[in-house]
Design a protein around this ligand. Structure first.
Ligand code: ACO
Length: 331
């Protein structure tokens, strides 16, 4: 890898989830489904669901406060806020603006990136550029989503998958060459835009009574097509991250994949014979939390002592778009 003068180092992490737990047994009461089906096909046992008055920006702000404390920074030290989300509090302004206001700061750039489940890694990659080129020092990168607010609870094929949450990371410059974000890769195949999407509520089809009657304001997903895409891209991302950084499986200490489905994670990691203890999975507790998934799992892994200085960590995600993204981090 070419050496750069400044690298973006993760100096703080935080995460939060709503209090309310919805178990598979709860879904058995409202849908033709079973704990056995959901567990076997997805690995999910329960997920956290935001309360009616709980929002994506509130979860993001809580995670942000924890990440700032972990980095021993004040909100006033921040130079930029980037939020990966597709379920912002409002169609506009950006959720990052609401987080900025909640943190009590002003006059720094704050914007959202819409990359669905890849949104956090897209945001991390953008933040990395600003640190490496010297424009900014302290950047707050958040992955936050409340897909429960847009899930169709009459569609058993998708609603059981999603949970709500937020994860946040503070990035700061380091001049140590062997630390920080050493590699990122981003991609998209827009021709698959309709694999996972919300048909209405945007400029293509503004809200109307028809939209509500036809449930077009809620998530539509082609589960089997997404599954095939996900397995292929997760495998490709792991290979790409290791190839570009000259890493073998032995050199990698931890993989934190998008928490999407244990079968998808297993088929990707087993291809490279990653030992199970090197793959962090918490999907059984939270389901698929979209952009929050990786920073939530990463922060939890750190709290559990699974992430230590000197470790090499791979992050891989894919999502609606269709987008996919990977990163190699030296802690
Ligand atoms: N309970 C019981 N049965 C169900 C359920 C359910 N919750 N959901 C679907 N089924 C049924 C189907 O109706 C179907 O029945 P049929 O054979 O009588 O028609 C049967 O189970 C098999 O359905 P498949 O869709 O083929 O099941 P599959 O094994 O593919 O599992 C799943 C479905 C879990 C959705 C899987 O395809 C998957 O995980 N796909 C990826 C989805 C994903 O990752 N989405 C998020 C993307 S990230 C983002 O950007 C938001």
């Amino acid at each position: 890898m070419a050496s750069v003068r400044r690298r973006a180092l993760m100096t703080g992490m935080g995460s939060t989830v709503p209090e309310k737990i919805v178990t598979n047994a709860d879904f058995e009461k409202i849908l033709d489904t079973s704990d056995e089906w959901i567990t076997k096909r997805t690995g999910i046992k329960e997920r956290r669901i935001a309360a009616e008055d709980e929002t994506t920006s509130q979860l993001a702000t809580e995670a942000a406060r924890e990440a700032l404390a972990d980095a021993r920074l004040e909100a006033s030290d921040l130079d930029m806020i980037i939020c990966g989300t597709v379920s912002g509090d409002l169609p506009f302004p950006a959720t990052a603006c609401l987080v900025q206001a909640a943190l009590g700061i002003t006059d720094i750039p704050a914007f959202d990136i819409s990359g669905a489940c890849s949104g956090y890694l897209y945001s991390l990659t953008v933040a990395r550029q600003f640190i490496e080129n010297g424009a900014y020092d302290n950047i707050l990168v958040i992955g936050t989503d409340c897909l429960s607010k847009m899930a169709d609870y009459e569609d058993r094929g998708s609603c059981v998958l999603f949970g709500d949450g937020a994860g946040a990371t503070v990035l700061q410059p380091t001049e140590e060459n062997d630390k920080g974000i050493v590699f990122t890769t981003l991609a998209c195949n827009g021709s698959g835009w309709d694999f996972i999407h919300i048909p209405a509520g945007g400029a293509a089809k503004p809200f109307s009574q028809d939209v509500l009657d036809n449930r077009e304001h809620l998530i539509k997903m082609r589960g089997r097509d997404v599954y095939k895409f996900a397995v292929e891209k997760m495998q490709w991302l792991l290979g790409e991250c290791m190839d570009k950084c000259n890493l073998s499986v032995d050199d990698v200490d931890l993989v934190v994949p998008h928490q999407v489905n244990t079968r998808i994670i297993a088929s990707a990691t087993e291809k490279f014979d990653f030992p199970i203890e090197k793959v962090y999975v918490n999907i059984e507790k939270y389901g698929n939390t979209s952009a929050a998934s990786i920073p939530l799992a990463f922060a939890e892994a750190k709290r559990a002592g699974r992430v230590k200085p000197g470790m090499t960590v791979l992050l891989v995600a894919f999502g609606a778009g269709l987008t996919w993204a990977g990163a190699v981090i030296k802690m």
